[in-house]
Design a protein around this ligand. Sequence first.
Ligand code: PMP
Length: 461
Amino acid sequence: MSMISNHLPTAELQALDAAHHMHPFTCNSELSQKGARVITRAKGVTLTDSDGHEILDAMAGLWCVNVGYGRDELADVAARQMRELPYYNTFFQTTHVPAIALAQKIAELAPGDLNNVFFAGSGSEANDTNIRMVRHYWAMKNKPSKSIIISRHNAYHGSSVGSGSLGGMSGMHAQGGMPIPDIHHINQPDWWADGGELSPKEFGLQRAQELEKAILDLGEDRVAAFIAEPVQGAGGVIVAPDSYWPEIQRICDKYEILLIADEVICGFGRTGQWFGSETLGIRPDIMTIAKGLSSGYAPIGGSIVSDEVASIISKGEFNHGYTYSGHPVAAAVALENLRILEDENIITHVKDVVAPYLAEKWQALVGHPLVGEAKIVGLMGSIALTPNKETRAPFEAEVGTVGYICRERCFANNLVMRHVGDRMIIAPPLVISTDEIDTLIARARTSLDECHEILKEKGLI
Ligand code: PMP
């Protein structure tokens, strides 16, 4: 058995980590100089690191720990399921109770005729399923030329070759031969960065109409689907102007384009309803889910599919699936997580209590000299840092320099807040209390003040 444990000194853990562990989305050589932060345990919204710091996790891990850390019920269900049936597959005409029960529960919670679930192990895998499913759907309908999926620049849909291609992250596309063919990207509805002199309403319409233009340019007979996050998460919590989504819905309806809502972040309560599509008035044909489905306690994702799409796919064999599709332990944990969300009225707590409370304090950050705009939907928010609120100018320093400085101040003040370029973003666990929101805001303000001082010292402002 390995002798590596929480009791080793931090420096020793860091050295071992640097020697053998390649971190995702990280410059590993830089990290090995600095040493990774070692998280040892967590409870509620609070992480503890190997030096004993107690850190408020305003990112719910990676936007996933919706019910908060340290829920014994989830550990108990996992242990019970592992003893009873740790694994069996759902291929070859077999099934098991956790997969049946979870699919039924998801169908009950999902809006409209989204009554069918194809399970995956993660959001990336689920979006890979979606690529194949929408193309296969049109092929089954004798329209095999409809294979192009339209997405958006700066979208995030995962990191596999397929889902990374769907996403619009230029840094990802620059490595490893992405995007795959027949993925087309239009511009994102980021009014702060790109809106220029247009009003948010005009800009939202203009960006939505890029979808119509793309469909007409590419040919209606070539386009299979449009995919988007109801609120762009990893792109910087970009909230589209109100005019955007109704226009997107109109265009998808008009041209018979399948609409895929990537609910990996927005799903399971983050926006104050079960799904972001409900909050934003979207009627998707397919939803991608992961993260909050199990609150991150077990890896599981999936696609929730409309009766119409499922009926076509189900006519023949869909040659697709993962060893861990509907994994019994992950499914049992997810089901228990949904029970907790429901029985403890956590989504009502978001909608009626903490989202309005946080929104007021978050929006007040615009009074800070560095903050240009503050956006928030439910419990996902962002602030844009700027040297000039009037012109919405970026900093002269390379994009992300200021965001990084701010994030480092947050860490130093025991707050996990992430930066995307020079936007700071939050997505705390849904169980956060109003007192904890006060702490979050106080630490964010201190960090912004310290960042402001550093920028002055460095002559960056
Ligand atoms: N879609 C969205 C909207 C996401 O935010 C993410 C993860 N951040 C994914 C898909 C990919 O999920 P995973 O990391 O579980 O593969």
